[in-house]
Design a protein around this ligand. Structure first.
Ligand code: DHB
Length: 321
């Protein structure tokens, strides 16, 4: 029997739980050379801002052990070009579009939400309140529950009621559950976890920081246990809130780990840079991982690791526990 991979993004149903991670696939166009973008759960776009933006000076990317450090500085075309060019392209391909937005002020987020409310074909909005590459940490809304709530409330208030709002959280906080709760109370329909961790790498030959922006966001396999921990903690506190889990997923088994921790969806990011068709491969692998455990429906295993009994597949296959 075919595995039922359907999942829910608030009240919106997706055919499967594998999404791109914001910032790792532009607006999806580059990926279309490698696979049919309509086949994955959704394309999550690079965070779009109100105005076009050139981003930070180069170098913007650096390799680290098991991870990547980046400081792009929210380079992008701005909302007008996005709505004229990028969103229609995604829709013409039959892809579901989750639009990531970023602003410098609450007013900018509200304006972006208003612009998206007038557009048709937006599956959901992911509110990037956790970009690490800003001038000072005081500007990272997701580091403060009240600032996070203000942004989410402004977005929710401006967006059409039928478009789910997901808040993207930072792991660089003392208690992520406090931030998650503030976002949900302010009207978030779901949570995306995690954004990159703030990092720094120094070239020991030049004796200077490698990145022109000095600090950058760390992603890749190095951050996976941190991400799984965040998903777990929030699922434990807010079991009914849908979560998009992300951070260093490279295989279907990695995706399964996030789902067991409580993610209803997963986003694939850094691994796309060396394997552009990773999303469809991971989707296939996830289906195989489920089938080999006798799991027929994705919905049956979301958050299963929180329940103190053996996984159904283990019982079904009769293997010893
Ligand atoms: C940017 C970089 C990130 O690592 C991130 O998580 C969000 C935004 C950027 O610089 O554009």
């Amino acid at each position: 029997m075919a595995t039922d991979l359907r999942t829910r993004m608030g009240h919106v149903e997706l055919p499967n739980p594998v999404l791109t991670a914001s910032g790792c696939a532009g607006s999806g166009r580059e990926l279309a050379h490698y696979f049919d973008v309509a086949k994955i759960g959704a394309v999550v776009t690079k965070s779009v801002m109100l105005a076009p933006r050139a981003g930070r000076p180069t170098p913007r990317m650096a390799e680290t052990p098991s991870g990547m450090l980046n400081s792009i500085g929210l380079q992008g075309p701005g909302i007008d070009a996005f709505l004229q060019r990028d969103l229609p392209w995604l829709l013409s391909r039959g892809a579901r579009a989750v639009v990531s937005i970023a602003g410098g002020t609450v007013g900018e987020y509200a304006e972006l939400a208003a612009r998206l409310s007038d557009a048709s074909g937006v599956t959901a909005v992911e509110v990037n309140i956790s970009c690490p590459n800003v001038e000072d940490r005081g500007q990272v809304f997701a580091c403060d529950p009240d600032a996070s709530a203000e942004v989410i409330e402004a977005v929710r208030g401006r967006l059409r009621y039928d478009v789910p709002v997901f808040a993207k959280l930072s792991p660089d906080v003392t208690d992520i559950v406090t931030i998650a709760r503030a976002c949900v109370t302010a009207g978030a329909d779901g949570l995306s976890m995690i954004n990159t961790l703030l990092g720094l790498t120094i070239d020991t030959i030049t004796m200077q920081p490698v990145l022109a922006g000095v600090t950058g966001g760390l992603s890749g396999p190095a951050i996976r246990p941190v991400a799984v921990r965040c998903v777990w903690q929030v699922r434990e506190a807010l079991p009914d809130v849908p979560i998009i889990g992300m951070g260093g997923i490279r295989s279907g088994r990695d995706a399964l780990e996030f789902i067991l921790a409580g993610a209803a969806m997963v986003s694939i990011g850094t691994t796309i840079f060396h394997d552009p068709s990773a999303c469809v491969r991971i989707l296939r692998e996830l289906e195989e991982e489920m089938a080999s455990r006798g799991v027929e429906r994705l919905a049956d295993i979301i958050g299963l690791a929180h329940e103190p009994h053996p996984a159904p597949g283990r019982r079904l296959s009769g293997s010893s526990l």
